[in-house]
Design a protein around this ligand. Structure first.
Ligand code: RNT
Ligand code: ZN
Length: 418
């Protein structure tokens, strides 16, 4: 079937594929640097264990070992993913000149200058994350630690990150989310649940008391139900993070990662609930398999449903900041980057093709028969043709045509990294 025929099929249900393509093109998805090097970063010993309850599994050869390798890998990934992109940085990806190393509480915008050059020359926006894990100052807690010295260190890190986020926003000319996530929590049943949460709250208050421009910097708080080694309690639970953002709506927005909830809870259902209260929210799109495993994003039901909700709720009009968050070291890391990002983009385009007005009106009229039939039949419309058309218009390979380039790069570049 040709794109023309597919277009005709969609127009029969009242959908203009051209409009969907236009809208998908302009919707930004933030690509996470940490898929390229197993969340190691450049600021501490690269062989240190990953802490904070997250885990990268696998040891596929070819991990990026420094910023040049990471940027080069990212360039290949970017050239094979359609659509508008931002780059999601972590503080641990600071780039130091020789003898210029400083600890995380002292990092400055200048340590991200090379990233800014990278983004500017490629027309990309930026997002930022302070890194509250994999560091000797985790005791193992950070912002919720009972030790003032520890908390103060991490508060200084949060403040330094705010400055960097503002710098990134100004330089790239796009708003920058700054996501606060800590792995603070306990393996076993705590004797005190309130203390760490109060300290966590006060620490975030302290970080956000530093002046910044909320129009261009969007601090987020990311919740989590549990992590490896912190199975019994997390300070930044769902209620904690949501209430924090609700109470601080003049300087903070909530962030939902779809790997961070009980397995039967769906982020796709939570988006509209949050948007009924917050002007803006942020998402980490991932794929949890039995736990927060951060598998490569798939073109699966929940990813499609998340994107449908983003579209239905006006998320593309600046209300939902979409970022990816997964890390798989068991397959070619660049292919993982590309596949997950293409799948997110695919789900977005798919969502934009939904006959939204007619589905809404069926629901409002109580015609649930037509709604169910319509939704089921939508599933077998020729979406693949529209997707391929989208890719070719944006100058990236169609499905079936990009992996060869990654394999070539693996042979010529990744295999040399031993
Ligand atoms: C961890 C959180 C967090 C991290 C990144 C690296 O469970 O999802 O967002 O994955 O900050
Ligand atoms: Zn996340």
């Amino acid at each position: 079937m040709s794109y023309k025929e597919a277009k005709e099929k969609f127009s029969r249900i009242g959908v203009d594929t051209e409009k969907a393509i236009e809208r998908a093109k302009n919707a930004a998805i933030s690509l996470h640097v940490w898929q390229g090097d197993d969340v190691r970063g450049f600021d501490t010993d690269p062989n240190k264990p990953l802490t904070g309850g997250i885990q990268t599994t696998g040891n596929y050869p070819g991990r990026a070992r420094n910023y040049k390798e990471l940027m080069s890998d990212m360039d290949l990934a970017l050239s094979l993913i359609p659509g508008k992109k931002k780059i999601n940085l972590h503080a641990s990806y600071a780039i130091f000149d020789e003898n210029d190393w400083v600890d995380r509480d002292k990092i400055e915008p200048k340590h991200f200058k090379k990233w800014v050059d990278f983004m500017k020359s490629r027309g990309l926006g930026a997002d930022f994350n302070p890194t509250f894990f994999s560091h000797p100052m985790c005791d193992p807690l950070t912002l919720s630690s009972p030790n003032k010295e520890t908390r103060d260190f991490w508060i200084r890190h949060g403040k330094a990150s705010l400055k960097i986020s503002e710098y990134l926003a100004k330089e790239t000319g796009e708003k920058c989310t700054m996501n606060i996530w800590t792995g603070d929590g306990f393996k076993d049943i705590p004797g005190d649940r309130l203390g760490p949460r109060k300290r966590y709250k006060e620490s975030i208050d302290e970080i956000l008391s530093q002046p910044f421009d909320f129009n261009i910097v969007k601090p987020c708080v990311e919740s989590k139900v549990f992590g490896i080694g912190v199975e019994s309690y997390t300070a930044g639970s769902g209620e904690f993070s949501l209430l924090y953002a609700a109470e601080n709506r003049d300087r903070c927005i909530p962030l939902m990662d779809n790997g961070h909830y009980h397995p039967t809870e769906l982020v796709s259902d939570k988006i509209s609930a949050l948007l009924a209260f917050f002007p803006e929210i942020a998402l980490h799109v991932t794929r949890p398999v039995r736990w927060d495993s951060d598998h490569v994003v798939s073109f699966d039901d929940e990813t499609k449903e998340i994107m449908k909700e983003v579209v239905r709720c006006g998320g593309l009009e600046g209300r939902v900041n979409i970022a990816l968050d997964y890390f798989d070291a068991s397959i070619n890391r660049i292919a993982a980057w590309i596949l997950g990002a293409r799948n997110a983009e695919k789900a977005l385009l798919y969502a934009l093709l939904e006959p939204r007005e007619s589905f809404t009106s069926m629901q409002d009229k109580g015609d649930f028969t037509s709604l169910l039939v319509g939704m089921e039949e939508f599933k077998t419309l020729p979406f693949g043709e529209v997707w391929n058309e989208y890719c070719s218009r944006l100058g990236v390979p169609e499905d079936g045509e990009w992996l060869g380039e990654v394999k070539k790069y693996e042979e010529s570049v990744l295999k040399e990294r031993v």
